[in-house]
Design a protein around this ligand. Sequence first.
Ligand SMILES: Nc1ncnc2c1ncn2[C@@H]1O[C@H](COP(=O)(O)OP(=O)(O)OP(=O)(O)O)[C@@H](O)[C@H]1O
Length: 334
Amino acid sequence: MALVRERRQLNLRLPLPDFSERRPRFPLPLPPTSQSSTATGTATATAAAPTTCAANFVAADYEKLQVLGHGNGGTVYKVRQKRTSAVYALKVVHGDSDSAVRRQIFREMEILRRTDSPFVVRCHGIFEKPGGDVAILMEYMDAGTLDTLLKSNGIFSEPSLANIARQVLDGLNYLHSHKIIHRDIKPSNLLVNRDMEVKIADFGVSKIMCRTLDACNSYVGTCAYMSPERFDPDTYGANYNGYAADIWSLGLTLMELYMGHFPFLPAGQRPDWATLMCAICFGEPPSLPEGASEEFRSFMECCLQKESSKRWTVSQLLSHPFVISNAPRSERRS
Ligand SMILES: Nc1ncnc2c1ncn2[C@@H]1O[C@H](COP(=O)(O)OP(=O)(O)OP(=O)(O)O)[C@@H](O)[C@H]1O
């Protein structure tokens, strides 16, 4: 609760924790700058571990097609490789960005290097230019994010939400089994393509758990989607290990996609940090409006338990009737 007193500004993005907590516990393997070429735009590239990429990234080989969006300090471009015409998304953070922004992209680079899952956005290369610009070449997700889809197409049906839930749970299953906690699951961090494949993206505030007992109660991420134990670990975080926070955020995300507005607030109301934090910590978890099926309602209750130890795990939720009964026929277990 001390956090409430410290917090005066209305800002849904919480600050990063102290630098000592954010610093990776092992050396970050940055691309070797010694191979960087000249000021003509050539930069070194390192392949993400499981993927392949060209040994050298030459900016001139890629044509910028459009700006896809601006994140916290960086810009994402749609680019085309001139030789192959292959289209990618290129996230660029400039060398003169502030140190917090640069640490976020290094954290994202570190995680994307380690991940290889159809449910996590694929990284094709990581680049550092001599001037300090850093870029991540990613697979291009041509339908944008779940947030943009909600705004353009309106609310989602239960079967499509079950499909989304299953894919995000598969992604979280992969991440959690590799001791990675995302910490910022929300509609705008879930990318979509035209086949309605959903992939987890934006690992700027994620955490790799190095030891089983690593604390993971730092106030990073977007506070609207934060679980009660991240604000108040004493009350809601018995045996808190951090993984359950991603489940809470997934529950809120799905509910928002169903209702069309952020669940803790009436439609159209602009959230402020203090109101939200009080609602999350002192209020009842949000529930679905009339008309929702019993299966969906039950799934939500399993995700939105305020006490983190009562929340279902990823593998439990993957077996929940809401996910199973809406799964494509080919994937249903007998
Ligand atoms: N691989 C991708 N394919 C297609 N669009 C993308 C891709 N990655 C990012 N984008 C677009 O670029 C936008 C900015 O992404 P970015 O990861 O930099 O920040 P963000 O998640 O929106 O914000 P923040 O970093 O502040 O949480 C996204 O909202 C999305 O619209």
